[in-house]
Design a protein around this ligand. Structure first.
Ligand code: ADP
Ligand code: MG
Length: 231
């Protein structure tokens, strides 16, 4: 028997209610993420990519269909089991600074997930510095306010925070959009290095077709909440 995909969405449906109207953000989407792979998900704005990302990251539950992790259905996961699952699938968005407490220094921002994971205080500083180094951020930045970083540095910080949880899947929801081309190319190289050193699977959601086509080994394309045939 072949191993199941690391992460899968099976016939996932998700409907939102807005101003009394139903919006079908996902209508029966099936995707599979193999371990250590780069899976691309293309689609225009409003096609349902971010909704699928939140479902895959176990932050939202599908109305119908299922998210499976290592072959196990996740719909019954609650409490500590759900928290463990969420750590294994990390989501980094565009403008990741919004997910960081604006009062935090860089050091506090990267130490926060370590604190939640009960890493002893004596180890936190070293672990935080090591995570920053993995993202090529200078540890001298640690006392600086996180909101004063450049756009590229903030995305690196967000990636360092995500890696603190030791994930198996990193979902990048337009996480490189809006960055200078040179900064973006550097980050793609770094993420490729992390993929091999950490055995990470990447899910790259973007409206940027050339980026996804160059990077991903398997690609899906979405339109109006459904997959476009032929990918
Ligand atoms: P994409 O990331 O591809 O731009 P989204 O998943 O953000 O697409 O959105 C898909 C559809 O679902 C859009 O019509 C959007 O307006 C709607 N939508 C997304 N999130 C919500 C929400 N929390 N409440 C209401 N509608 C939403
Ligand atoms: Mg989106």
């Amino acid at each position: 028997m072949t191993a199941p995909p690391l992460l899968e969405a099976r016939s996932v449906h998700r409907t939102y209610r807005r101003a009394g109207q139903k919006v079908s953000a996902l209508c029966g989407v099936t995707v599979a993420v193999p371990p250590g792979s780069v899976t691309g998900l293309l689609g225009r704005s409003g096609s349902g990519k971010s909704t699928l990302a939140r479902c895959l990251a176990l932050l939202e539950r599908p109305d119908a269909g299922e998210i499976r992790f290592r072959g196990s259905p996740t719909s019954t996961w609650r409490g500590p089991e759900l928290a463990r699952g969420r750590r294994k699938v990390q989501l980094v968005m565009q403008e990741a600074v919004r997910a960081i407490n604006p009062r935090f220094t860089v050091g506090e921002a990267v130490a926060e997930p370590l604190e939640i994971l009960d890493v002893p205080k004596a180890e936190r500083l070293d672990r935080a510095a090591a995570l920053l180094t993995e993202l090529q951020l200078d540890r001298d930045l640690m006392p600086r306010p996180a909101r004063r970083l450049s756009g590229g540095q903030v995305q690196r910080l967000a990636l360092a925070r995500a890696l603190a949880c030791d994930p198996k899947v990193l979902i990048l929801d337009e996480a490189l959009a809006g960055l200078d081309l040179a900064v973006r190319a550097e980050l793609v190289d770094r993420l490729e290095a992390l993929r091999s050193t950490r055995g990470l699977a990447l899910v790259v959601l973007s409206h940027d077709r050339p980026l996804v086509e160059r990077w991903a080994s398997a690609m899906y394309e979405m339109s109006a909440g459904a997959l476009v045939a032929g990918h």
